[in-house]
Design a protein. Structure first.
Length: 132
């Protein structure tokens, strides 16, 4: 099965040896997004702004792949302070509706570029998993 590399200028450019997303068949594997502003490649200030930017970046990548956040079936959330998890939940409520994607949340010591939050995920585009 072939793979397609997904790339968009509406999300931060990869800052390492990875792609923003990779599609294999109907499945799209979304690389982790942090709170970088794609226009400036600078980290936005504070946890609230970073959580908002992370989901805006993910939205840009899923749209570049031909889908929407409604097609996301799994998310992994990495936080440097699990006390900020309620902020992630609040922002998820703005971007997702029931049934929500599966999710894991992990507390970590540090993230790239001093980020406070990072989110990656998996999206399925065949329509059989749409939640809208």
């Amino acid at each position: 099965m072939s793979k397609t590399i997904i790339s968009t200028a509406n999300a931060p450019a990869a800052i390492g040896t990875y792609s923003q997303a990779v599609r294999v068949g109907d499945t799209v594997y979304l690389s982790g997004q942090i709170g970088l502003d794609p226009a400036t490649m600078q980290m936005v200030e504070g946890i609230d702004a970073q959580v908002i930017q992370v989901f805006e970046n993910l939205k840009a990548v899923v749209e570049a792949a031909g889908g929407s956040l409604a097609d996301v079936v799994k998310l992994n959330v990495f936080l440097t302070d699990l006390g900020d998890f309620a902020k992630v939940n609040a922002q998820m409520a703005q971007h997702f509706s029931e049934p929500f994607p599966a999710r894991a949340a992990v507390g970590v010591a540090a993230l790239p570029r001093g980020a406070l939050v990072e989110v990656d995920g998996v999206m399925v585009l065949d329509g059989s998993c749409r939640r809208d």
